[in-house]
Design a protein. Structure first.
Length: 157
């Protein structure tokens, strides 16, 4: 069985180091993540917002799963919410993963609450389950399940 997954990892640029840590985390279980997002390992000096949006849409389309890494600043980034919305429009599986060491001040981006399929702490088994298309539920940064709450799902035409 091929354990390679194409992902788009949405994140706050100050949390770049956690992308490699995520790859290492699932790598210890034999999984490989090919990341289509833009991070410090593949710098992009583009400034034209239309060009950036086009590039990001193409990279999100390429991915089979959309992962949003959640740290203390993630919810403040307009690009993160935009990327989540684009993933939703492209019918991608959207999961949130709290970065390793996340604390209570790591709020969930609005569009992740709206369109996400699950949320987990830094847990390789849950992340792999999500990559494989299984339900993972909604947990906080330390793995405690959130109470059942309504999630808005909007059909995309």
């Amino acid at each position: 069985m091929d354990k390679t997954h194409h992902v788009f990892v949405s994140h706050y640029n100050g949390d770049d180091e956690h992308i490699q840590r995520l790859k290492d985390l699932v790598g210890r279980k034999g999984y490989t993540l090919k990341n289509g997002s833009i991070d410090s390992t593949k710098s992009n000096w583009a400034t034209n917002k239309d060009y950036i949006r086009r590039l990001l849409r193409l990279r999100i389309q390429w991915a089979s799963t959309f992962i949003c890494l959640i740290g203390p600043e993630t919810h403040t980034r307009d690009w993160v919410n935009w990327e989540i919305e684009q993933a939703h429009k492209k019918n991608k599986r959207i999961i949130g993963v709290f970065i390793n060491g996340a604390k209570e001040d790591s709020f969930i981006p609005e569009n992740l609450e709206k369109y996400g399929h699950g949320l987990t702490g830094w847990n390789s088994d849950k992340i792999i389950n999500a990559l494989e298309g299984n339900e993972i539920g909604w947990c906080n940064y330390n793995g405690i399940p959130y109470p059942v709450r309504p999630t808005v799902r909007v059909a995309v035409c």
